[in-house]
Structures are given as structure tokens and as C-alpha cells.
Design a binder for this molecule. Structure first.
Ligand code: FES
Ligand code: FES
Length: 81
């Protein structure tokens, strides 16, 4: 599997902490969305590290097709059904 599956067609808002690392699930298989739980091991995909620059709410992509990973860029509205 080289293409991600759609976890959900909307972003996941998460309050991140400055300086903390987060591992965004790129494959869509994680049960702990939007973050990696190791389920990608059955795929060719790997998680993407995100380090929070400040305390803020980040809208992590849930559809896994964003062009600005790990953040939502609205692509979920254009995905074929
Ligand atoms: Fe999806 Fe790790 S479970 S990238
Ligand atoms: Fe993926 Fe918005 S949830 S682009």
C-alpha cells in the first residue's frame, strides 16, 4: 500500500504545546487519529513529524491528501466520493 486511506473527510483540531513533537499519521490507518499508532507497518508509508512552534490549535489533515501536510489545506472538499 503506497496510497493513504481517508481516515475522515475533515481535519482534526488539536491544541498543541510549544516545543512538543507530534507524529501525524500519513497512512490513515491509525486508531489514534490524527496521530500515528504504528499501524503503517503494513504499508510503505511513514508518519510525519510536526514540532509545535507555539501553543496553538492545529487543524491536522484527516483525509491524508493535503498538499500542506500535516495541516489541512481544504483538499478534503475536493476528493472524489
Ligand atoms: Fe499511519 Fe503510522 S499509523 S503513519
Ligand atoms: Fe485533509 Fe482537509 S482534512 S485536506
Amino acid at each position: 500500500m503506497t496510497e493513504p486511506v481517508i481516515a475522515q473527510r475533515a481535519p482534526y483540531p488539536v491544541d498543541v504545546e510549544k516545543g512538543k513533537d507530534y507524529w501525524w499519521c500519513r497512512c490513515g490507518l491509525s486508531q489514534k487519529q490524527p496521530f500515528c499508532d504504528g499501524s503503517h507497518k503494513t504499508t510503505d508509508l511513514t508518519p510525519l513529524k510536526f514540532t509545535a512552534a507555539r501553543n496553538e490549535t492545529v487543524w491536522f489533515c484527516g483525509c491524508k491528501h493535503t498538499k500542506t501536510a500535516p495541516k489541512c489545506d481544504g483538499t478534503h472538499n475536493k476528493l472524489p466520493v
